[in-house]
Ligand binder design. Structure first.
Ligand SMILES: Nc1ncnc2c1ncn2[C@@H]1O[C@H](COP(=O)(O)OP(=O)(O)O)[C@@H](O)[C@H]1O
Ligand SMILES: Cc1cn([C@H]2C[C@H](O)[C@@H](COP(=O)(O)OP(=O)(O)O)O2)c(=O)[nH]c1=O
Length: 171
């Protein structure tokens, strides 16, 4: 068991590892609840001037659930409406085939190629939203080159948003 995770985190982890089954709406709401749990801490850091970097965030929440049958993008977004709005969203673009060839791709619940293709289409829909600062980077580059590119975009953004108020996502 992942003892470093909270109770919601543990539920999610056992769902992804296929140890536990959860109804599709339930797991969606748990992922969102897991983000909301972190909001007070994120806001505290942001107000101290600390840059917060989040892996996946609400966009994965929407992209993954909306790739399932009978889930629309709009329903999937609602639980995450009002989360701290990111100043920058980096989309690390890599074909599902190339991603599957890399390490760590394997046995988790969502790591099935046909499903990943649907998830990718959902991400493309989300990226049409011009109120958000999406930047696509080519993730087929080397780790070092990618690092340099991400670092430069991040530093530029940090400069730009320094004195801007925190926004609310999808509101
Ligand atoms: N730019 C890259 N080039 C080659 N291999 C990479 C690159 N970035 C990550 N990897 C490798 O791919 C695997 C998965 O990377 P990871 O960052 O964990 O992806 P994810 O967060 O999507 O699961 C790891 O084995 C990692 O070392
Ligand atoms: C954050 C999030 C992730 N996911 C999925 C995407 C991934 O398949 C899985 C695990 O994500 P994560 O634990 O971030 O693993 P990694 O980045 O190493 O692949 O959870 C959702 O379905 N909804 C969400 O809200």
């Amino acid at each position: 068991m992942d003892t470093h995770l909270g109770r919601i985190g543990q539920l999610i982890s056992s769902y992804l590892g296929r140890e536990k089954n959860l109804e599709d709406h339930t797991i969606h709401l748990l992922f969102s609840a897991n983000r909301w749990e972190h909001v007070p801490m994120m806001k505290e850091k942001l107000h101290q001037g600390i840059t917060v970097v989040v892996d996946r965030y609400a966009f994965s929440g929407v992209a993954f659930t909306s790739a399932k049958e009978n889930f629309c993008l709009d329903w999937c977004k609602q639980p995450d409406v009002g989360l701290p709005k990111p100043d920058l969203i980096l989309f690390l673009q890599l074909s599902p085939e190339e991603a599957a060839e890399r390490g760590n791709f394997g046995h988790e619940r969502y790591e099935i190629s046909s499903f990943q293709e649907k998830v990718l289409q959902s991400f493309y829909c989300l990226m049409k939203d011009k109120t958000l600062n999406w930047k696509t980077v080519d993730a087929s580059k080397s780790i070092e080159d990618l690092h340099r590119e991400i670092r430069s975009i991040a530093e530029e953004t940090m400069q730009k948003v320094q004195n801007k108020p925190l926004g609310e996502l999808w509101k």
